[in-house]
Design a protein around this ligand. Structure first.
Ligand SMILES: Cc1ncc(COP(=O)(O)O)c(C=O)c1O
Length: 456
């Protein structure tokens, strides 16, 4: 039995399957978005009667909401060990929003380049590439962060790199990055470090450490929807002295005074939170954090990792299945997830069959991290060139990829075993339905997806 499941909403719902009827769905798409904790759902419900605009309203609801919003900030600060004298917690839309804001400021405040690793999600690559300019550092052959390569590049650029950006954990292999070691290297070479913690924060405690610790983290970003809270709220933590120029987003709430010609910006964090903030989402995120810590965050991770090992070992035994990054669970440096390919079968077909025939939700494709996928699939420059030509002229069917199954604390051994049985059957070519590929490369069951009517 699973001791956490009862705390999560929507995890025992029937989903339709091929041939009519339904089964209780299995959600192994947690690395994309997680279902909410029940405590979060209750908080959102009860806060719906009470929320109102924060900071400026004098009405009771406004004052109540302001308190709840500022309390949420304190919860986040405590979760990450942030000392609010040195660093600021800014509520944003999510990790993508946070990283774009840092990149915009990096360009204006610092102007030096950003070192990124080949492992990054596009959210932690494109903002640097197209705003501040980046230097991309390769990985070890087996797809891990390469500390020597990072150090070598920092030395080579001799002070011309102002920031090192890396993920706390990969959304494809689940490899956890040595963030504090990278931070030490960055600081030694006069750069700051930014951690994209979208995948790490839902599973691991992150401690930003005091600013005088060589391994401290300057920036940390993550999203509520990947840690059991709703969409639309996320966190950006950064050094207060970084946000000194014009804010990236300008508008109401960010100023002390505006005259016909002049703008007098207010203090942080309001200066970086122009417009009406997502009060409900931010409070929900803080309730998720409090609930996870209250239930036993470390114990949840232990259980998740045990399921992850079961999944990796099981996949490793299925003929024709290859797991990206290998099947070594690498405890404790790998999250409980597995991205895999099945010999002779398109990743989209495997994902469609898992859903349509088995009621198992996974994700497939390149997971918004193309350079890492190219690395893991050992594609040559020439092969990538051919692919670019094909994809950019409408041939999306050519896109390579994998299937990702990602685990959360509410998942069970029975679910992992059912999933392994499904992958085993699919790998042997046992399908219960026929499929056709659409122009965008997706697979659809002939006769359409099974449906059940649900009112929302
Ligand atoms: C490693 C990583 N970084 C960034 C993101 C982007 O997060 P969001 O879509 O919440 O902005 C994701 C989302 O999948 C991710 O996995």
């Amino acid at each position: 039995m699973n001791r956490w499941r009862e705390h999560f909403a929507g995890v025992d719902l029937p989903v339709p399957v091929a041939g009519g009827g339904s089964v209780v769905g299995i959600n192994f798409d947690n690395a994309a978005s997680t279902p909410p904790l029940k405590r979060v759902r209750e908080a959102v419900n009860s806060f719906s009667d009470l929320y109102s605009s924060v900071h400026r309203g004098t009405g009771y609801k406004s004052r109540f909401s302001t308190e709840a919003y500022e309390h949420a900030r304190e919860v986040v600060a405590r979760f990450l060990g942030v000392n609010e004298k040195d660093q600021v917690v800014i509520f944003v839309k999510g990790t993508t929003d946070a990283l774009n804001r840092i990149a915009a400021e990096q360009l204006r405040q610092d102007g030096r380049k950003v070192l990124v690793t080949e492992m990054e999600h596009h959210a932690d690559l494109l903002p640097w590439r197209h705003r501040s300019g980046h230097v991309m550092v390769g990985l070890t052959p087996d797809g891990h962060i390469d500390l020597d390569a990072i150090e070598h590049t920092l030395r080579e650029f001799d002070g011309a790199i102002g920031l090192v950006a890396l993920c706390g954990a990969s959304n494809i292999t689940g490899f956890v990055s040595p963030v504090h070691e990278v931070a030490e290297l960055a600081h030694r070479h006069g750069a700051r470090v930014s951690v994209d913690a979208a995948q790490l924060a839902p599973h691991h405690r992150i401690d930003v450490l005091p600013p005088d610790d060589p391994g401290h983290l300057d920036f940390v970003s993550f999203s509520g929807h990947k840690m059991y809270a709703p969409y639309g709220a996320g966190v950006l933590v950064g050094p207060r002295d970084f946000f000194v120029g014009l804010p990236e987003v300008m508008g109401g709430g960010a100023i002390d005074m505006v005259t016909w010609e002049d703008t007098y910006w207010t203090d942080l964090p309001d200066r970086e939170e122009a417009g009406s903030p997502n009060v409900v989402g931010s409070v929900a995120l803080s309730v998720a954090i409090d609930t996870l810590l209250g239930l036993g965050f470390e114990a949840m991770l232990e259980d998740e990792l045990a399921l992850g090992r079961r999944m990796l070992e099981g996949l490793g035994k299925i003929r024709g299945v290859g797991v990206l990054g290998g099947t070594d669970s690498g405890r404790p440096t790998r999250l409980a997830l597995a991205s895999f390919v099945v010999e002779g079968l398109d990743h989209g077909l495997v994902a469609a069959a898992l859903s349509h025939e088995w009621g198992i939700a996974v994700r497939h494709g390149c997971f918004c991290a193309h350079p890492y996928m190219i690395h893991l699939l050992h594609m040559s420059k020439d092969e990538v060139g051919v692919l670019v030509d094909e994809v950019t002229t409408g041939g999306r069917k050519a896109m390579p990829g994998a299937v990702r199954a990602s685990i959360a604390p509410y998942n069970t051994e029975e679910e992992v075993d059912r999933f392994l049985e499904a992958v085993n059957r699919i790998a042997r070519g046992e399908f219960k339905a026929g499929y056709s590929q659409t122009a965008d490369g997706e697979y659809e069951p002939k006769g359409g997806w099974a449906r059940i009517e649900i009112a929302i």
